[in-house]
Design a protein around this ligand. Structure first.
Ligand code: SF4
Length: 61
């Protein structure tokens, strides 16, 4: 998945990038567990988000 396809999540420090063994990529929002305003699995691309924090997300393989 390209960063453009992910929208803001592709450039967010709150994002956890999960990669499956088959190479599929999923993005999980790190704010979701503490704040119900944010979905655990954001619908991509996210174009506006109050929790967005510019930076690189955490990759989890
Ligand atoms: S805070 Fe917003 S932009 Fe960042 S990972 Fe969560 S949904 Fe995506």
């Amino acid at each position: 998945m390209s960063e453009r396809a992910a929208g803001l999540c592709g450039f967010c420090r709150r994002a956890r990038v999960l990669k499956s063994a088959s190479g599929s990529v999923f993005i999980q929002c790190g704010l979701a567990s503490a704040d119900p305003r944010f979905p655990k699995w954001p619908r991509l691309p996210v174009l506006a988000c109050a929790g967005h924090e510019p930076g690189e997300g955490e990759a989890v393989v």
